[in-house]
Design a protein around this ligand. Structure first.
Ligand code: FES
Length: 85
């Protein structure tokens, strides 16, 4: 199971973490990965300077600035890790 962690600490929350979670849920459904990808919320990941922080698997923090980036991120970084490409 690949875990995608989304920061819901106060600055990320204010910038829209919940929309990021919703969009990721949509992408997981779209690619039918409910059994392969799990979403988790996290407290502050100490990367609050800009955007919303997420982490894919054991990777480092990734800053998301815009919901439209998520699909590309998903295709480029999530699908290859679960052999879904
Ligand atoms: S609140 Fe998200 S990284 Fe700090």
């Amino acid at each position: 199971m690949l875990v995608i962690t989304v920061c819901v600490g106060s600055s990320c929350h204010l910038r829209g973490s919940y929309q990021v979670i919703e969009r990721l849920e949509e992408l997981i459904k779209l690619y039918q990965l409910e059994n392969k990808v799990e979403l988790k919320a996290s407290f502050c990941m100490e990367n609050c300077s800009s955007g919303i922080t997420i982490r894919i698997g054991e990777g480092g923090p990734i800053t998301v600035f815009d919901l439209t980036e998520l699909k590309k991120l998903f295709v480029d970084q999530v699908l290859p890790q679960i052999g879904g490409r």
